[in-house]
Write a protein that binds this ligand. Structure first.
Ligand SMILES: [Zn+2]
Length: 534
């Protein structure tokens, strides 16, 4: 009975853990690393062909994105996931394979011109289709036996349609242990889907810590906020452009708009039109609309029982082809446009930004997290001009952000989830958090509940039967290249650090100053920190 940590250790993406027990090699998640990573991931200590099962917690690419890759390398076992996750993986993995193929094609065109060797894509559409054949859809709450002494169960964790924590019972040589993998833990009282379900017993827990140390800003009534912004914008003849992730956030926004229409909250144009302009979002919405009574919250189930679809309303227009998309910008009627990508770095949303950012009567409405370095973030931070398709566009539209919408539990939610275990947990392993965040969250779990908790680095392995570490990895930092671009980025960051030093000096110079001035200075620093600390 051995657990090895492979990915999302002291990092937030690339989730992957190997469990060896009862003669089986089981991977829990097989995610792709995204964005900037700090540590090298350990190699899987067995060959991909020797993996018997993959258990997938949910369909986000950082949890399942490498499934086609391991298929290409010889994996032919089954992938167990909930029904909704299985259906969403079909969309997500094909989209990811398409991106891999087009990126490789683009790089290879450049390589060819430069006389360099061409590289194959990370994986192909065939690999994605191949691994999708290996999926076995499972129901929540059913115990599934994979081998003598090895059983698993999926429990709803309220992060995304189909998302689950995975409970695993193992008995080997008379010793029985239970381990629970949290998956990504959702927020309570989200639209459409259920809140996280709590689990009461386990010997070991492997849990995420994405929002460790952070608390969501208290959220107002999102329906009212959306309605007010839409009403004010449409009343003066502008468009409301909402960048949203195709899977999850888009469907939540559609649900809010359905309620707005039902209650007649947009007085200026009660029959306003809403364009959903993203083929992937249209496909994902169809998956959300299928009968998902096992995933829906009570409110949504009650609607469906009455024959009302939570994601349909009069005036909803689905735009799939690029001609549909182009036509939206020729139609001068004030409207709502929902499009992807959620952080505005790619996709059709960029066309809608190009056509609306310069218009003072339009609104760009953000309903989700915008990472540092993305176009979405720079618009929120007040950039006065952006470049889209090589053209400078002045930002004159109204920029709005709805706070408190998140698919992840904050620190209070994470503690509530782990605090629900009533039995004495032997050990909590904290994963899926930024480098310092996961260490701090492990310390918080230890302080709050008196449970052993630590955040392992990739390559660490643990004997679940004896309850001790076999290997403790220290984490291998990724060696950064020293190209000009990287050097420049390091230089800019050094400037920021120097600015921080100066701030501290200025604070010291103000010691003994008037209370009123000191309070004002402190308020200004806090508001600066609130702006950047995300
Ligand atoms: Zn996720």
């Amino acid at each position: 009975m051995k657990l090895t940590f492979i990915g999302a250790d002291h990092e937030v993406t690339g989730s992957c853990h190997l469990l060896e027990a009862c003669g089986l090699n089981v991977l829990v998640d097989c995610g792709m690393e995204q964005g900037v990573n700090k540590f090298e991931n350990a190699e899987l200590p067995i060959s991909y062909a020797d993996v018997d099962y993959v258990l997938a917690t949910h369909s986000h690419i950082d949890h399942v994105g490498m499934l086609p890759f391991i298929y290409a390398k010889g994996f032919r076992g089954q992938v167990l996931a909930t029904r909704a996750t299985t259906d969403l993986c079909e969309i997500m993995l094909k989209d990811c394979a398409h991106i891999q193929e087009s990126e490789a094609e683009w790089k290879n065109r450049k390589a060819k011109r430069a006389g360099r060797q061409e590289e194959p894509p990370l994986y192909t559409m065939n690999d994605a289709e191949g691994v999708l054949e290996q999926f076995v859809p499972c129901d929540y709450g059913h115990t599934i036996r994979l081998a003598e002494g090895f059983e698993v169960r999926f429990t709803d964790v309220g992060h995304l349609l189909g998302s689950a924590s995975i409970e695993i019972w193992m008995t080997e040589g008379g010793c029985s242990k239970k381990i629970v993998f949290s998956g990504d833990i959702g927020n309570e009282k989200k639209p459409l889907i259920r809140s996280p379900q709590y689990i009461f017993q386990a010997d070991y827990v492997v849990m995420e810590s994405t929002y460790g140390g952070r608390f969501h800003k208290s959220s107002g009534d999102h329906v009212e906020e959306f309605a007010r912004i839409i009403d004010e914008t449409l009343a003066i003849g502008g468009n409301v452009v909402i960048p949203a992730f195709a899977v999850g956030r888009t469907q939540e926004v559609l649900n809010y708009i359905r309620v707005i229409k039902e209650r007649g909250l947009v007085k200026s144009r009660p029959d306003f039109e809403v364009y959903l302009d993203s083929p992937m979002a249209v496909e994902a919405t169809a998956v959300f609309k299928e009968n998902r009574m096992d995933c829906y919250n009570e409110e949504t189930r009650a609607l469906v029982k009455k024959g009302i679809s939570p994601l349909s309303f009069p005036g909803l227009r689905l735009s799939v082809t690029s001609n549909d998309s182009i036509a939206i910008n020729f139609d001068t009627k004030p409207k709502v446009i929902i499009s992807a990508a959620g952080m505005c770095d790619a996709g059709r949303i960029r066309h809608h930004l190009k056509h609306n950012l310069w218009r003072p009567e339009s609104t760009i409405l953000f309903a989700g997290y915008q990472a540092v370095g993305t176009l979405g973030r720079s618009i929120i931070d007040g950039r006065e001009e952006v470049k889209l398709f090589g053209e400078p566009i002045e930002v004159r539209a109204r920029i709005e952000k709805i706070e408190g919408i998140s698919g992840h539990a904050d620190e209070a939610g994470l503690l509530k989830w782990v605090g629900s275990f009533m039995s004495d947990l032997q050990q909590v392993f904290v994963v899926h958090g930024d480098d310092e965040v996961c260490d701090q969250f492990a310390a918080t779990v230890k302080d709050t509940f008196g449970i052993e908790a630590m955040a392992p680095y990739s390559g660490t392995s643990y004997d679940l039967e004896k309850g001790c570490f076999i290997t403790v990895s220290r984490g291998i930092p990724i060696r950064r290249d020293t190209s000009e671009k990287t050097k420049k980025a390091a230089g800019v960051f050094a400037r920021l650090l120097a600015a921080g030093d100066r701030l501290r000096k200025v604070i010291m110079h103000n010691e003994g100053g008037a209370n009123k001035d000191l309070a004002k200075f402190a308020d200004q620093i806090h508001s600066l920190c609130d702006k950047w600390d995300r």
